[in-house]
Design a protein around this ligand. Structure first.
Ligand SMILES: *Cc1c(COP(=O)(O)O)cnc(C)c1O
Length: 370
């Protein structure tokens, strides 16, 4: 059998992830693979941790990249903090909040869920009332940037309410990190996970996580073992820390890629990167609204990097997305959950947040919809 080598046609990735990857990151990925205890590699691991601390804006020592995509980070944070029977409040504003509830139930948590309509966000008062009514809780979980609806949750105020009630706050920053502000120490976030394929613009495959001292203590003093052997931070940290104890083989080349993508983020600077995402969002908004296309998320809480827009009446959702991909090489996302068939999700994440991307997708849509 002779199967031909892969030859990929490049795309403009403007969906909910993955986003475009900088050639420097692809070049890093192609560096020679070395052993996971090779001195050259250990230096890289330490630098990745340092750069992750800078991007998360934290001094947390338990900061590392979990082997697996964003969902593995979600499972790591939930599984490591929750023991069977623990009470957890999950704030659901879309698909990823629903997923967190499922993960928590599988970990044996007694889950209480509160929900807001799609496209909206929670207020600190809603969370305070839920805790008063159904608490106490060990952990409160919430998604910062809900990629299924395009809404940005105000985390700082909710974090205060959660801490006042003596609980830990667990935050999904898969889509938000490196696209809008995420201030782990400033906002008092206890556990937080992200993903490489969204605003970090690295291929999918790793999930940066960070835990506060309080969360670290909870993990270290569990009465039961973490249900996942693979995602048990009590073991994984002994490889990322000075012990360098073998647990599982680190995805060496993916760590090279993350290293380069973090270098790119810090070279640009966090503030400048957030501003670039916002400028591109505003440009996209202006152009789409001029075409009569409406945004779906609450106007005061819109994500810059993930734009959910209403599909115009009478337009064939999948036919338009197919033409965008095949004729223009542009990928956008379909609606998920309650927005299935109703929304397009246009991503402006990391390397895909440029004027060139905005202009390409809007002129292609204009031509197709004409
Ligand atoms: C993409 C995403 C995830 C899941 O990440 P995967 O890399 O697909 O596993 C989790 N939460 C949010 C908010 C996301 O956008």
């Amino acid at each position: 059998m002779m199967i031909e080598a892969i030859k990929i046609q490049p795309r403009m990735l403007m969906g909910p992830g993955p986003s475009d990857v900088n050639p420097r990151v692809l070049a890093a990925l192609a560096q020679p693979t070395v052993g996971h205890l090779d001195g050259q590699f250990l230096v890289i691991l330490n630098q990745v941790r340092e750069m992750l601390q800078a991007v998360f804006q934290t001094k947390n020592t338990l900061t590392l990249a979990v082997s697996g995509t964003g969902s593995a980070g979600m499972e790591t944070c939930v599984d490591d903090l929750i023991e069977p029977g623990d009470a957890m409040l999950v704030c659901i504003a879309g698909v990823f909040g629903q997923r967190m509830k499922d993960v928590a139930q599988r970990a044996g948590a007694r889950v209480t869920a509160i929900e807001v309509p799609w496209g909206q966000v929670f207020t600190a008062d809603q969370v305070r009332e839920a805790i008063a009514k159904h608490g106490p809780f060990k952990v409160v979980g919430i998604v910062h940037a809900e990629t299924s609806t395009g809404a940005l949750q105000p985390i700082e105020a909710i974090g205060r309410v959660v801490h006042d009630a003596g609980a830990l706050i667990l935050v999904d920053t898969v889509t938000s990190l490196a696209g809008v502000e995420v201030n782990v120490d400033g906002w008092g976030i206890d556990a937080c996970y992200s993903g490489t394929q969204k605003c970090l613009s690295c291929p999918p495959g790793l999930s940066p996580v960070t835990f506060s001292a309080a969360a670290e203590k909870v993990i270290a003093t569990r009465k039961t073992k973490v249900q996942s052997w693979y995602l048990d931070m009590n073991m994984v940290r002994q490889y990322w820390g000075s012990e360098r104890l073998y647990h599982h083989t680190a995805p060496i080349n993916m760590i090279y890629a993350l290293h380069e993508s973090l270098r790119l983020v810090l070279e640009e600077g966090l503030q400048k990167r957030w501003a670039r995402h916002m400028q591109c969002h505003l440009r996209l908004k202006e152009k789409l609204e001029a075409m009569g296309i409406r945004f779906l998320a609450d106007a005061d809480h819109r994500l810059p990097m993930l734009n959910t827009v209403s599909i115009p009446d009478g337009v064939d959702d999948s036919a338009v997305r197919k033409r965008l991909l095949e004729e223009y090489g542009i990928e956008i996302g379909a609606g998920l959950g309650a927005f299935k068939g109703k929304a397009w999700r246009i991503g402006l994440m990391g390397e895909s947040a440029t004027e060139r991307h905005v202009d390409a997708v809007t002129s292609a849509l204009k031509a197709i919809l004409r």
